[in-house]
Design a binder for this molecule. Sequence first.
Ligand code: 2M8
Length: 447
Amino acid sequence: SGDRPPVRYSEPTLAARAARVLRDNDTGAVITAAPKLYPHMWSWDAAFISIGLARLDVRRAITELETLFRAQWRNGMVPHIVFTEADAYFPGPDRWGTENAQDGPSNVRTSGICQPPVHAIAVQRVLEIARRSSPNERADAERFVRGIWPKLYAWHRWLVEYRTPGSAGLVAIVHGWESGMDNSPRWDVPYDAVHPGAGLPPYVRKDVRVVGDPSERPTDREYDRYLWLIEEMRRAGYDQRTIVENSSFLVGDVFITALFAVSCDVLVELGKEFGQSGEQLRDLAEWAANARQAVAGSCHSVSGMARDRDLRASRWLDTQTIAGFSPLLCGGAPDDVQLQLLSLLDSDRWCGHPDLLAPVPPSVSPMRPGFNPRQYWRGPQWPVVVWLFGWAFERRGWHERARRMRDGGIRLTDDGSFGEYYQPFTGEPLGSTEQSWTAAVVLDWLC
Ligand code: 2M8
């Protein structure tokens, strides 16, 4: 049914188009996550964007990460949105109302939650790219790494101090938006226990006006819950301890935990090279080990898939999604479990499904009930997730697997529209087009 532009761009033309998307989305101060749908800076988008930018201009990439970290909260949290002046997105800064939060930054308006900790990965990538370009860029990048390392450490420490409650050791989220996979079926059960109160102030969604087909976006029922959780946090003055204690949503996120483990490893590597304190390096190594163990400990005894944990209801969430493959990102699962996950990933339930346009993992298996090929995090393929798996596979020495992610990712995106996500069978771009992080990962694949 879908319409994918019939054209397939050659790699050089695709790279040129990707570069143009990043330049066009540059407001001067920030690269917006997408020109119409997301006219602000998002935390994990900015990390991926900086990787793509480094291919064009290392200094511009550094500025992007520095801008994000200037919005870091005093307690260490890196906020999920740094707002520009644009008015086209809801919920904007007034609805978040973080200006009175004790730990919030001065000078800049932000949301009051976080997103996956992929920033150390981006910093290391920018450094690698800079070292292969010019001596000046190399010097700039090295200066930048020294400056940002303590901020990255503070961000990771915040995740441990405030967000590792409960015995499972998983990093917890207090809002589905923190996972980055907003309406993934991973969160359906915990969201069922979120009951928007009568005190929920009225609101008007703006996203469904931008995206032509509202069925590609979350439902209104879901939005009520998203907004209710913000209301709870606002009432708690964005005090983390109060939120973690009381919010009606608290879930150990296995995908974030895996990314945290590997990001801690990366920070240790950078820290050793740049002479950071032994005590902090020991902290990071310990956090990585604990996170890895938590990921391995979440694996289902039959399927092998890693699971999130509902910390309010004290139960594992068995919904199978792309996040079930988290142990492949960070390692640490027993060999038999890892083999089981790899063969599942290759099977016709995932990348080997015969009807996929590109053999890369969708957000939910096409064989699962509830799979929806067009709806956001409930089925489509996301180039940025493909990049993450490819990056992790390369790091783990699985070069052939990494190459398959790259080639599949290029196949998915070679229509040149830089969709936010893609219908897995037709390759139709969905959600936003000219999405910055899609352009960024394509640039990284192609350069
Ligand atoms: C999506 O999330 C925002 C809320 O944060 C939204 O739907 O309004 C997600 O895909 C998220 O992972 C991403 O960072 C953001 C911007 O691309 O959009």
